[in-house]
Structures are given as structure tokens and as C-alpha cells.
Design a protein around this ligand. Structure first.
Ligand code: AHR
Length: 498
């Protein structure tokens, strides 16, 4: 072990773009125990009169989610939204082919709106482009957003919701590039169908913003042609292009895993290049941005996920450790660094299914990455800053040499609040790091927190829930324009200033 040094240069004038609040979104799917026993569990002692889990709601509010995508996911492509509205005792029980589970439909669009209101998040609804047709997609917009006086809006009113839900964000299908998708289409067929659906949806409500299905990851054989083709077809009628991505350390290569930001950035860069190409080719003045609406560490990806035709089966209830939390921190850093093109992001998923929040009927567990997300979603405000980092390098098998530090920063000119987010991805080196403000140094540090540990595999359990949490740390004062920090290996450090 040696005492190595690093420098981080900040300049509040050197901005990237305003940070979209929608980068701190989540995804809730009818899959496993995300909805049933996660969000909605009338049998839990923590349920309110509507069956919503109050402890889960409190945790989600702590995390300051701004938008929630629903109802899927692969589930979406076999879902008839009409099954989930109206009197609960008349809603059909159906087989969900995506997850081979039994769907009771006790939770549907209107319950989802109540849930979003309870956590102060905007709803982002998906329309079914698998078994669903463009008419049913348009009908859902009419049902949700027309104030009154049409068949569909009057039906909503009859169902007990006199005010329109005013849903602004709409996903036109889910992962339609994947052969696993119910009703999977090739790029041209999907592009045409999405275009026609989006047209009808926007004719019904011109204020809505639509999200096109992008590639389900950079490993898809059709990537990135899929993205170019669907964008070329539907460009003028969409506002966002979706990205989905899951990672894990199943290869047991921690050094490369802890450099995952390199891969995340490459994915965004390719998608950004595709957007620019299509915009130029179409001679368009219209802009399309990126919506990274599924992202997460997923260890059990690829394992059989059948629910054996049961209700709320335990699916993909992954256990997350410190190294996963450090990867999540890098993901969020990338969101800030790419905030000029990335405007929406939704972690998949918000509870129980590939989630850092886990429920038992009477208890709730917060896994390490919960604390990372909470810090960033609560503190990253204003503009993302273009940070200059000088740090020693660490060798990785997958990406060659990468800097030991992965950094992002924000500054809110209105409140004068700044925030700095630093991952030390080294497994051995403490870095003495000078934070140097090249202009307008803040007067004081208003908060300093760390998620860190010595064991990359450390986890939280119901018995020991506080093994990896965020802890307040003490840091020296800002002297002149410099703050000196000691960043331990395997750490995520957050500094807020004013
Ligand atoms: O989030 C779990 C699943 O992962 C989603 O249903 C699907 O879109 C993706 O493949």
C-alpha cells in the first residue's frame, strides 16, 4: 500500500447541462413481488387503507424518486390495461406469459396513480406493442388524460377518478428488439407500429412525451442498427429513445466490474452518435433525448424466471453488496456526466425485484446501493459540472487502465449549493485527494458522507441491516480554494458545499 495522490478540479462556470430531475426515476413492473407484496400488500401490518405499504412508501420518498415507469417490462407486452381498472371484484385473473405467473389485477392504472401521488413521483406509463394494438394504446391516453366527455374519460370517472391523471411520459412498448418479448417485432415493423401509435397518442394529447424502444443492451445482435432504424422511422413523433442495461460480477473480476462506468459511457456515446446521425439524415430540427429506463445490477440474470403460475412468486430477489453499490454510484456519475443527452433514467426495479429494497410481510431491508442512490438523488441539483480528474491508474482486464477515481459534480446557481460524488474504485489504495475550485470556491462544506468498507462482498441482512450504509464523515475546512480529502479504497464519498 502506498500513499498516492489525486486532484479534482471544479469550475462552476464549466457546466455540461442542467441535470434533469427525471434522472432519479424508478421502474415498477408486475413481476415477482414488486407490485404485490412490494408496493401493494393489504395483508401487511404496514398497509394503509388502500393496501399500499407505508414503510415502502416512506423508503421511496427518502430516495426522492421523481418518476416511476409502469407496468412493465416484459409484462407490458401481454397486458390488457382494461383488466386492471374498474371494480376489483370484477377484474379477471389471468396467466402472465412473460413471467409465468398468475396476475390478479388487483393493482392497475388507477392504483398506480395513487401510489405515484403518495411518493410525489410523476407516472410514466407503457403501452402494449406486443399483443396490443395502436387503438388500445390511444384509448389508454384518452382514459388517463381527457378531462371528461368521451367514452374513455367517462369510464375513468365512473371508476372513481373524476380528475384526469395527466400522464406526460409514455413508453411505446418494451424491449421489442428481444425475441423473448411477447409479440417481438423486427426493427422496421416496430418502428412503423410505434410511429402510428405515437401519432394517435399525441393527437389525443399533444402535451405528452413519448419514449421509443431502443436496444435491450449492447450485447444484442441487432445493436445498434435497431436504434438507427426505429429512430429513422419514428423520429418526429418521439421525444426519448430508451436504453436498457444490466451488469453483474458473475465473472468474479472485481477490478473490471469496478470500472463499469467505462462501459456505461460507451453505450451512451453510441446512442448519442446514433441520435445525431438520424437527426442529420432526416434534416430535422426536432430533438430526441435518451431515457435509460432500465438499469441495475442483476446477478441472477439468465436464471430461469418462471413463476410456476403462482401469484407474486419470489423472482430475481438479488442480494447486493458493497461492490454493487460502488457500481451504482458510477452509474449515477455517468448520468450526471451525460446530462446533456440523458434526460430520464429509471432503476429497475424499485422494490423486491432486482431491487435494493426488500420486503417481508412485516419488515423492510435497505441494501447498500439504497444509500448511494439516496445521496445522489437528494443532492445533485442544478447543472452538472465538467470535472477534471487527475488520478493514478488502475489496471483492469476488460478496459485496460482506468483512473482510480470516478467523479461527477453539480452546482445549483440559484441556491449556490454544490455537490461532489467520488468513487475510489481501487481495492487497496487510499488516495489523498485535493478538491480544487478553479473559480468561486464555496465557503463551507455543508455535508460529508461515505459508503465504504473493506469487504467488497459485504451485505446488509434483516439481522444486521447496517453493515453497509452511508455514514457522516468529518472533513477539514476548505482552505483558500482547496479541500483535502482522504479517500479510502472501495469508497463512495459525497461532499456538499455552499
Ligand atoms: O426488469 C426486468 C426485465 O428486464 C424487464 O421486464 C425487461 O424489460 C428486461 O428484460
Amino acid at each position: 500500500m502506498s500513499n498516492q495522490k489525486a486532484q479534482i478540479f471544479l469550475d462552476i462556470q464549466r457546466t455540461i447541462a442542467p441535470i434533469s430531475p427525471l434522472l432519479f426515476g424508478g421502474f415498477a413492473e408486475h413481476m415477482g413481488r414488486c407490485i404485490y407484496e412490494g408496493i401493494y400488500d393489504p395483508a401487511s401490518p404496514h398497509a394503509d387503507e388502500r393496501g399500499l405499504r407505508t414503510d415502502v412508501i416512506a423508503a421511496l420518498r427518502e430516495q426522492a424518486y421523481t418518476v416511476i415507469r409502469y407496468p412493465g417490462g416484459n409484462f407490458l407486452s401481454g397486458y390488457n390495461w382494461l383488466d386492471g381498472v374498474g371494480p376489483k371484484d370484477q377484474r379477471p385473473r389471468r396467466r402472465d406469459l412473460a413471467w409465468q405467473s398468475l396476475e390478479t389485477n388487483q393493482f392497475g392504472t388507477n392504483e398506480f396513480m395513487e401510489f405515484c401521488a403518495a411518493i410525489n413521483a410523476a407516472p410514466m406509463l407503457g403501452v402494449n406493442m406486443g399483443t396490443g394494438d395502436i387503438q388500445s394504446a390511444a384509448n389508454l391516453v384518452d382514459y388517463c388524460n381527457t378531462p371528461e366527455g368521451t367514452y374513455w374519460s367517462d369510464l375513468r370517472i365512473k371508476h372513481g377518478y373524476p380528475k384526469p391523471h395527466n400522464v406526460r411520459y409514455w413508453c411505446v412498448g418494451n424491449e421489442m428488439d428481444g425475441p423473448w418479448q411477447i409479440g417481438h417485432l423486427d426493427a422496421v415493423a416496430y418502428g412503423n407500429k410505434a410511429l402510428e401509435a405515437a401519432k394517435m397518442m399525441k393527437w389525443l394529447d399533444p402535451t405528452i412525451e413519448t419514449v421509443l424502444c431502443g436496444s435491450s443492451g449492447d450485447g444484442m445482435p441487432t445493436y445498434p442498427d435497431w436504434d438507427r432504424i426505429v429512430l429513422e422511422i419514428a423520429w418526429e413523433h418521439v421525444n426519448y429513445h430508451s436504453m436498457h442495461y444490466y451488469v453483474n460480477n458473475n465473472a468474479g473480476d472485481t477490478a473490471s466490474y469496478l470500472a463499469s462506468a467505462v462501459r456505461f459511457e460507451r453505450f451512451v456515446d453510441t446512442m448519442e452518435g446514433t441520435l445525431r446521425y438520424v437527426k442529420a439524415r432526416r434534416r430535422s430540427t426536432h430533438n430526441v433525448y435518451l431515457s435509460w429506463d432500465e438499469w441495475q445490477v442483476w446477478h441472477s440474470i439468465g436464471s430461469p424466471l418462471g413463476g410456476r403460475w403462482t401469484e407474486a412468486p419470489h423472482l430475481a430477489e438479488d442480494i447486493y453488496n458493497l461492490e454493487d453499490a460502488l457500481v451504482v454510484a458510477q452509474w449515477l456519475n455517468v448520468f450526471l456526466r451525460k446530462s446533456h443527452v440523458l434526460k430520464i433514467a429509471c432503476v429497475a426495479q424499485i422494490v423486491n425485484v432486482i431491487s435494493w429494497l426488500h420486503t417481508r410481510r412485516d419488515a423492510l431491508l435497505k441494501q447498500p446501493s439504497f444509500y448511494v442512490f439516496k445521496l445522489v438523488s437528494n443532492l445533485a441539483r442544478g447543472d452538472a459540472l465538467d470535472v477534471l480528474v487527475k488520478a493514478p491508474l488502475v489496471e483492469t482486464k476488460q478496459y485496460g487502465e482506468v483512473p482510480m477515481l470516478d467523479v461527477s459534480a453539480s452546482f445549483d446557481a440559484e441556491t449556490q449549493q454544490g455537490a461532489l460524488f467520488v468513487v475510489n474504485r481501487s481495492q487497496t489504495e487510499t488516495l489523498t485527494t485535493d478538491i480544487i475550485w478553479q473559480s468561486d470556491a464555496p465557503r463551507q462544506v455543508t455535508g460529508a458522507y461515505q459508503v465504504a468498507g473493506t469487504d467488497v462482498k459485504a451485505v446488509n441482512t434483516y439481522e444486521h441491516p447496517d453493515t453497509v450504509v452511508s455514514r457522516q464523515i468529518t472533513v477539514g475546512p476548505i482552505e483558500g480554494n482547496t479541500l483535502s480529502l482522504r479517500l479510502p479504497p472501495l469508497s463512495f464519498t459525497v461532499i456538499s458545499t455552499r
